[in-house]
Design a protein around this ligand. Sequence first.
Ligand SMILES: [Mg+2]
Length: 224
Amino acid sequence: MVKNNNKIDFKHWIFDLDNTIYSANSGIFDQIHKKMGEFISSNLNVNLKEAKRLQKKYFIENGTTLHGLMINHKIDPKEFLNYVHNIDFSIVKPDEELNDLIKKIPGKKIIFTNADISYVKKILTNLNLNNIFYDIYDIEKMNFLPKPNMETYRKLIAKYNVDVKKAIFFDDIPQNLLPAAKLGLKTVHVYNSKLDEELNGRSKKIDYMTNNLKDWLKEWTLNN
Ligand SMILES: [Mg+2]
């Protein structure tokens, strides 16, 4: 399902990372989720079943599992991130057709992710997308206040001097798109069939929906 607006000359293209510019569902998230379960179990002294329940609860309630752990258990974010991102990145492979489409987009391209910079760099290296993005707005730049916190979007807009009328944001989690839509950016829901149902509701406030970023960019490129 693609419906593009070909009238806007976007100056800022803002992309989520996981499950937006590549499929984290094809192996990366399985590894991270397993590590998160282990980390929570050993740090909170609970069994793996309870750890999994907390992991999901905090993700849904706080935007990220990490944020819930920081608020409720004073977990050190760096310790958590180092542990859960110590995984095999080699399974992430480039899609050169998508890369060409991204490279051809005019304007500033920014990654806006709840992950941390060292993880993002590893993913982008494996995707062969290093040095394509103007900047990476990661969880440390957000002072660990993740999407969908409105304050984080306002800070991003101020930092990059974003004209919201000429900006577009892509994410696979609808609730992460809503603050951007509220602030006036165009929004694209990159549909993720594996997302928890609680998080995958549709909203009329989101401008476009697509099953993958490549299709959407192809159509936009054809119309521009
Ligand atoms: Mg995502």
